[in-house]
Design a protein around this ligand. Structure first.
Ligand SMILES: [Zn+2]
Length: 293
């Protein structure tokens, strides 16, 4: 199948919940930037919401039912649409070679509880769907959010067909690798950051699909998460490395936004703009869908 020319990106206004938390707000201004045409070669597509049953592959049924009954309908709508976008991006990736969803708040969510702005672990749900619906043999989860992805490890760390590579800047939600499928590095200074990212990509060399948690919160002006010396230029190079790896290895790939927060020197529009390099790079590359299967 020939790859689709434009990069499909899933988003709808349902993702956005007016709150002080960028996890639930920043996709709004980012979608406006995309609608204005700032990144060529991108299609914004509205997803279908996820169903409760689709969440049970990764989450405890009691937890999901409590979540729906205890939280506000507005928050549930945001969570269900943004998780539906992750699922739809995964399916689109297998059709078009690359895709994304402007979703955030995934990798800390555990089987039976939410943690750190994350309610549903869309990364785990997507990885399991890649195996069950798309016949992938080996799926990689690349997590470059500033914080560790302990939720993803809890949910799919034991799955022999799922590889995890996690480069973090602090030990929040740290996990303990227990297999050669697992790669975790917590960087101590900005000057080692890109080397660790390259090692993470090497770790994933033989996966046949990639799910990328493209957190921008390592950026030095983000609070929480930022590390002094991790600049826009370094993160731009990170996104180029990841996307180029996808093209060079012809690995179908999808991204979600993940972390990225404002601070004294960074407003919400600035946070949204931090994520543009991911979209520029994914729009640039060409990957043949299912080329590795
Ligand atoms: Zn984070």
């Amino acid at each position: 199948m020939t790859p689709k020319k434009n990069l499909p990106i899933y988003w709808s206004p349902d993702y956005v919940l007016k709150s002080g938390i960028e996890t639930r707000t920043k996709s709004g201004p980012l979608a406006e930037i995309l609608k204005a045409g700032e990144v060529p070669g991108v299609d914004l597509i509205a997803p279908s919401p996820i169903s409760r049953e689709e969440l049970f592959v990764a989450h405890d049924e009691g937890y999901i039912n409590r979540l729906v009954s205890d939280e506000t309908p507005e928050l549930i709508r945001s969570i269900f649409f943004s998780t539906g976008g992750v699922r739809d991006a995964l399916d689109a990736m297998f059709e078009h070679g690359r895709a994304g969803s402007l979703s955030s708040g995934l990798h800390h969510a555990k089987r039976d509880r939410h943690e750190g702005f994350c309610y549903i672990n869309g990364l785990a749900i997507a990885a399991l769907r890649a195996l069950s619906k798309h016949g992938a043999n080996k799926v990689g989860v690349l997590d470059l959010d500033s914080h560790c992805g302990g939720g993803t490890f809890q949910l799919v760390g034991e799955n022999e067909k799922i590889l995890i590579a996690d480069v973090s800047c602090n030990s929040f939600d740290v996990w303990r690798p227990n297999s050669d499928r697992h790669f975790l590095k917590i960087v101590q200074s900005a000057d080692e950051y890109l080397d660790k990212v390259k090692q993470a990509l090497k770790h994933l060399d033989d996966v046949d699909a990639l799910i990328y948690n493209a957190g921008m919160d390592p950026f030095e002006d983000c609070m929480p998460g930022g590390m002094r010396g991790i600049t826009r230029e370094i993160l731009g190079e990170r996104e180029r490395l990841v996307a180029q790896w996808c093209e060079d290895t012809q690995t179908p790939a999808m991204f979600v936004l993940a972390g990225g927060y404002s601070g004294p020197n960074l407003d919400l529009d600035g946070v949204a703009r931090l994520h543009l390099p991911t979209i520029f790079e994914f729009a640039r590359i060409r990957v043949n869908a299912k080329s590795k299967n």
